[in-house]
Write a protein that binds this ligand. Structure first.
Ligand SMILES: [Cu+2]
Length: 146
């Protein structure tokens, strides 16, 4: 084989490999990234460890229901005396929450009850909690898919 011929064959081989690689990447990549559905996370600035849980079973579309939000320090100590403001909505639909949920009670051990939650549609919701405690102010965003 002449060296020119060898180079041509090599180049064709490289192109074929690249096409195969791109095809695999394209076919295995998810169409859109799934939201992170973790119900425990660090707040945005890392001030608090925040968890959420529905107070009674998984919420269904249209149900008015309550959540319990647990706020702890990074070291795991309960955060008391926090004011929690609830926001959110559906990022894909550019609308907010259909209700105005509020923190209505401190349940002890860093737990706060959020009442008046309602998911009026199925799909991807975000729950945004602004937490103002004596030790500082931070926020945490949770994703929920109904
Ligand atoms: Cu919607």
């Amino acid at each position: 084989m002449s060296s020119t011929w060898r180079m041509v064959v090599g180049a064709i081989g490289l192109v074929a490999l690249s096409v195969a690689f791109l095809a695999i990447v394209y076919m295995t990549a998810p169409a859109s990234p799934e939201p992170d559905l973790a119900r425990s996370r660090s707040s945005a600035k890392g001030l608090f460890a925040v968890s959420i849980a529905p107070e009674a079973g998984e919420p269904r579309q249209g149900d008015l229901h309550a959540w319990v939000v647990t706020v702890k320090t990074r070291q795991g100590a309960p955060v008391e005396g926090a004011a929690i403001t609830v926001g959110g909505g559906m990022p894909e639909h550019a609308h907010g929450l259909p209700t105005s949920p509020e923190a209505t009670a401190y349940l002890g051990d860093g737990r706060y009850r959020i009442e008046g939650m309602k998911f009026s549609m199925t799909g991807w919701w975000q729950l945004k909690l602004a937490i103002a405690a004596p030790s500082g102010v931070d926020e945490a965003t949770f994703n929920l898919v109904l």
